[in-house]
Design a protein around this ligand. Structure first.
Ligand SMILES: Cc1cc2nc3c(=O)[nH]c(=O)nc-3n(C[C@H](O)[C@H](O)[C@H](O)COP(=O)(O)OP(=O)(O)OC[C@H]3O[C@@H](n4cnc5c(N)ncnc54)[C@H](O)[C@@H]3O)c2cc1C
Length: 388
C-alpha cells in the first residue's frame, strides 16, 4: 500500500482496509465512483484471524433469527462476488459437517437442528458410518453427525489480497495512515454534511461521502454523530500443517460440540488446517494458553490425527461485537455511512455490506436492512416516545 501524500480528493473515502472496508471499496469502485482507502495496516485486524466460514446455517443462534435474512442474503451474493475477483480466494463450496461428541452434545445439536429446520434451512442427519465414509479421519466415538450442504468457506487472507490487488489495478488510492477524524461543513456539528477525513500525519482526504469501516477502530474516531456500542470479543485460533501421510486430513469443514463447547476444523487448499476459535471478553489481546490447550484437545476428540500435525501459528484478534450481535450499518449524517460491528460474521457479510453501502450512496436503500441502523440502541428522546 503506497504512502500517498495527502491532500487527495475523491468521491468516496473508506476508512479501514479489513475485509469489510476492502469489499465495500471494491463495489463502490465498480459503481463508477473514485475511492480512497485509508488504513495504516491493511487486513491485520480480525480479518487476519478469521477462519472464513460462510456458515449462515450452522451459525444460527437462538434469538438471533433477525440476522438470518442478512446472512443468507450475503451467502447468496458470494458466488457473484468471487466471480468478479477471479480465482485464488480459497472459496470452496464443499458442505459443512456438524458433529457431536457426547450424548449431551447430541441433544444440543438436535435442538439446534429443530431451530434450523423451523427456519427452512437444509440440515441432513447422517449415520456415523456415512459421516466417516465421507471423512475417514473422523473419530469413531462421535455421537451424531449432520451435513449442511449450503455452508461454505473462503480464505479471508487470500480474499483480502485479491481485493487489494483489484483495487490497485483499478487505480484506487491506498493511504497508509490512520484516520483521526471525520470532517464536517460545520466543525462543531458532527451531524452536518461530511467534507472528508483528517489523517494521522496531518493531511486530508476530501470526499463528499465517507464510509467508516474500520472495525473496533471506529471507537477512537472523532467526528461521529453517534456513539457506537462496540466491544472486543477476543478469539484464539490455530493453524496447523498436515504432513504428507495424512493428506487430505479433511475434505470439508467440521464444526463440533465437545462437552458443550464449539470447535471447528477448516481445511485449506494449501494442506493446512485452521482450528478455532475461543470467545473471550477478558480484555486480553494476547493468545490464551488455556484457549490453545482447549482447542487442540477438543479438535483431537473429533479428529484424533490432529495430534500428528505441525502447529505453525497461534493468533488472537478481537471481533467487533455489538449488543445484539448484528452489524451497525447505515447512513448517520449527510455524506457519512457506518459499516462496522460485524462480530463473528464479517467475512460472510462482506458482499451484503458492500451492496448496502452502494445502495445508500445511490439513494436507493433496501428497507429490509434499516433494522441494522447504527443508531438503533439509542434511547428515544422524550418527544419521540409514543403515548398512544
Ligand atoms: C478468531 C476469529 C475467527 C473468525 N472467523 C470468522 C469466520 O469463520 N467467518 C466470518 O464471517 N467471520 C469470522 N470472524 C469475524 C471476522 O473476522 C470479522 O467480523 C471481520 O474481520 C470484521 O472485518 P472488519 O473489516 O470490519 O474489521 P477488521 O478486520 O478488524 O479490520 C479493521 C481495519 O481497520 C483498520 N483501522 C483501525 N483503525 C483505523 C483508523 N483509525 N484509520 C484507518 N484504519 C483503521 C485496521 O488496521 C484494520 O485493518 C472471525 C473473527 C475471529 C477473531
Amino acid at each position: 500500500m503506497a504512502d500517498r501524500p495527502a491532500d487527495v480528493t475523491v468521491d468516496v473515502a473508506v476508512i479501514g482496509a479489513g475485509i469489510v472496508g476492502l469489499g465495500i471499496a471494491w463495489q463502490v469502485c465498480r459503481s463508477g465512483r473514485t475511492v480512497a482507502v485509508i488504513d495504516p495496516a491493511p487486513a491485520t485486524g480480525a480479518t487476519y484471524a478469521a477462519a472464513g466460514m460462510l456458515a449462515p446455517i450452522s451459525e444460527l443462534h437462538y434469538e438471533e433469527e433477525d440476522l438470518l435474512e442478512l446472512t443468507l442474503a450475503s451467502a447468496a451474493l458470494y458466488p457473484g462476488f468471487i466471480a468478479e475477483l477471479g480465482p485464488a480466494t480459497g472459496y470452496r463450496t464443499t458442505s459443512t459437517l456438524t458433529v457431536a461428541s457426547d450424548a449431551a452434545d447430541r441433544r444440543a445439536l438436535d435442538d439446534l437442528r429443530l431451530l434450523q429446520q423451523a427456519n427452512g434451512l437444509g440440515v441432513l442427519p447422517l449415520t456415523i458410518r456415512s459421516a466417516r465414509e465421507a471423512e475417514p479421519l473422523l473419530s469413531a466415538s462421535i455421537s451424531a453427525a449432520f451435513s449442511v450442504p449450503n455452508d461454505h468457506q473462503v480464505d479471508p487472507r487470500l480474499l483480502a489480497e485479491r481485493l487489494r490487488a483489484a483495487l490497485e489495478t483499478a487505480g484506487t488510492g491506498m493511504i497508509a495512515q490512520s484516520a483521526t477524524e471525520v470532517l464536517h461543513e460545520d466543525p462543531r456539528d458532527a451531524g452536518s454534511p461530511t467534507t472528508g477525513v483528517a489523517l494521522s500525519r496531518g493531511g486530508v482526504v476530501r470526499a463528499a461521502e465517507v464510509i467508516v469501516a474500520n472495525g473496533l477502530g471506529a471507537l477512537h474516531l472523532a467526528g461521529l454523530p453517534v456513539a457506537l456500542p462496540l466491544r472486543p470479543v477476543f478469539g484464539d485460533i490455530l493453524r496447523l500443517r498436515v504432513p504428507d501421510h495424512l493428506r487430505p486430513l479433511l475434505t470439508c469443514t467440521i464444526r463440533g460440540l465437545v462437552r458443550g463447547l464449539p470447535v471447528y476444523l477448516v481445511p485449506r487448499t494449501d494442506d493446512t488446517v485452521v482450528i478455532g476459535a475461543t470467545s473471550r471478553e477478558d480484555g486480553r489481546p494476547g493468545v490464551s494458553a488455556g484457549g490453545v490447550h482447549r482447542l487442540l484437545h477438543d479438535a483431537q476428540v473429533l479428529v484424533p490425527a490432529v495430534a500428528e500435525l505441525e502447529l505453525i501459528e497461534v493468533t488472537a484478534r478481537a471481533r467487533p461485537g455489538t449488543p445484539d450481535n448484528a452489524p451497525l450499518i447505515g447512513r448517520v449524517a449527510p455524506g457519512l455511512l457506518i459499516a462496522t460491528g460485524f462480530f463473528r460474521h464479517g467475512v460472510l457479510l462482506t458482499p451484503i455490506a458492500a451492496r448496502i453501502c452502494v445502495e445508500l450512496l445511490d439513494g436507493a436503500p433496501d428497507p429490509r436492512w434499516k433494522r441494522f441502523h447504527p443508531d438503533r440502541f439509542r434511547a428515544p428522546a422524550p418527544q419521540e416516545v409514543s403515548h398512544a
